[in-house]
Write a protein that binds this ligand. Structure first.
Ligand SMILES: *Cc1c(COP(=O)(O)O)cnc(C)c1O
Length: 441
């Protein structure tokens, strides 16, 4: 054990990890870990996490941080939840993995049925995968083949929205906001899709409807994040906008794909965001909180019309896709355990309470001249700043205050576990107040 040794990750960087014990695994291994969305030359050292419990992360030097993000909003019941762990431990002794090509297992069957029962309308056919981006890729491929299987050619394009985010793989980047988003430089490489402004009122909805009808012969589907556009800036829209877009899709006979990877499983106050608009999409994508942050899994769920177009005597009308680890039993067990918690505890009631606490405690920031907007929906709280000059430096200031908050563009957001107590929400907002006063004056 090298005590108090500062790891040499790179030549520069605003701040070194210091104090406490730096474990061997850190100094030896971390220089080989390429981090996400990170300039590796200038990044501050990543914080070594050795444990997590409830809403707290434990660092190697013994510090504890209140987690305002819940690991990209996956850990909805908090970390180290005994029910999730028990179910996974029991499953690992029975069957940790088996391929789904010609085989099936109990946890997958139970989970598929439960998702079909929970989802609105006729979203009954569950295609499992291992990440959100892949579940979106699957939805896009499904939509294209839906038309081809019926002898309709040329409908291969998609309509996505500005500030939309659907993943980091090539097809998902292309349906997201590549101009305003983080995939700007890839324009020439990506497939050209229609990325349009999200309608904000009846007039714009009408124009959108006309646009869709004019282009329908080339369009397979429309893809959007319902009610909250997450990683593209935590932007909100009302259920009437979602309803209007659904209506436009109906009229033009274009498929509607809802990406609920961010919004699904209670985050916006209902189990799925689309319920608030009474909208049933043709295809829905689920991920992130599906396993309550325990392990990677996603799902693409199709309605009867889409599924029906793949049924045929002809083998090549089958959906040709099959992630190696699809429906992994450990992941299915975690997801089933999470759904048990949703069934037995008043989780949506917890979300409602958090919504109230966030609304109350974030309102104070509206008085600040550098704050443009404060908004709350379900367990999502957003402070829209005029500008955050250095989000990475701000993240470090939050750590000094004992909280884990990761600013995104010009936004400071909270997506806590649904188990977070009012005093911890208060600590998060106090930390934000302190850091804003220190950094922005
Ligand atoms: C996170 C996210 C994705 C991508 O999921 P990964 O598991 O990171 O591939 C896609 N869509 C939305 C709305 C997301 O929030």
């Amino acid at each position: 054990m090298h005590k108090n040794r500062t790891p040499e990750l790179h030549s520069g960087g605003p701040e070194r990890l210091s104090g406490g014990e730096i474990p061997d695994w850190y100094s030896e291994g971390v220089p080989h870990v390429w981090l996400p969305y990170t300039q590796m030359q200038t990044t501050p050292d990543p914080l070594p996490v050795v444990g997590a419990d409830g809403v707290r992360l434990e660092l190697a030097d013994g510090r504890r941080l209140i987690d305002g993000i819940a690991s990209w909003w996956t850990a909805c019941h908090g970390y180290n939840h005994p029910r999730l762990k028990e179910k996974m431990k029991a499953q690992i002794d029975r069957l940790s993995h088996v391929m789904l090509g010609g085989l099936v297992h109990e946890e997958a069957a139970r989970l598929a049925k439960r998702l079909a029962d929970l989802l609105p309308g006729d979203l009954n056919h569950v295609f499992f995968s291992e990440s959100g981006s892949v579940s979106v890729e699957i939805a896009l491929k499904m939509a294209v083949q839906f038309w081809l299987n019926q002898g309709v050619t040329g409908r291969t394009r998609f309509v996505g929205f500005k500030a939309g985010y659907h993943g980091d793989t090539s097809a998902t980047m292309a349906v997201g906001d590549s101009d305003g988003g983080m995939h700007k430089a890839f324009g020439d490489y990506l497939q050209q899709q229609h990325i349009v402004k999200l309608p904000e009122n009846p007039t714009e909805l009408e124009a959108f409807s006309v646009f869709l009808k004019d282009h329908r012969d080339g369009i397979a589907g429309v893809i959007m994040e319902p009610l909250i556009q997450g990683a593209g800036g935590m932007k909100f829209h009302g259920p009437e906008i979602l309803r209007g877009i659904h209506e436009a899709c109906r009229e033009a006979d274009v498929l509607l794909i809802l990406d609920e990877i961010f919004t699904g499983f209670g985050r916006t106050g209902t189990m799925f965001a689309c319920e608030q608009a009474g909208v049933v999409p043709d295809i829905i994508c689920l991920g992130k909180a599906l396993t309550a942050g325990m392990v990677a899994m996603a799902a693409t769920v199709a309605g009867e019309r889409v599924y029906g177009a793949f049924l045929s005597e002809e083998a090549d009308k089958a959906f040709m896709h099959g992630p190696t680890y699809m429906a992994n039993p450990l992941a299915c067990a975690a997801a089933n355990a999470s759904l048990d918690i949703f069934e037995e505890e008043d989780v949506l009631g917890q979300v409602k309470k958090i919504e109230g606490h966030l609304t109350q405690s974030l309102a104070q920031f509206l008085d600040r001249p550098d704050v443009v907007d404060v908004r709350v929906k379900g367990a999502v709280g957003v402070i829209q700043m005029k500008k955050i000059t250095d989000p990475v430096a701000m993240r470090q200031e939050f750590v000094k205050e004992g909280v884990w908050i990761r600013p995104l563009g010009d936004v400071i957001y909270l997506t806590p576990a649904f188990t977070m107590q009012p005093r911890d929400i208060a600590s998060l907002t106090e930390a934000i107040d302190t850091v804003l006063q220190r950094m922005q004056g």
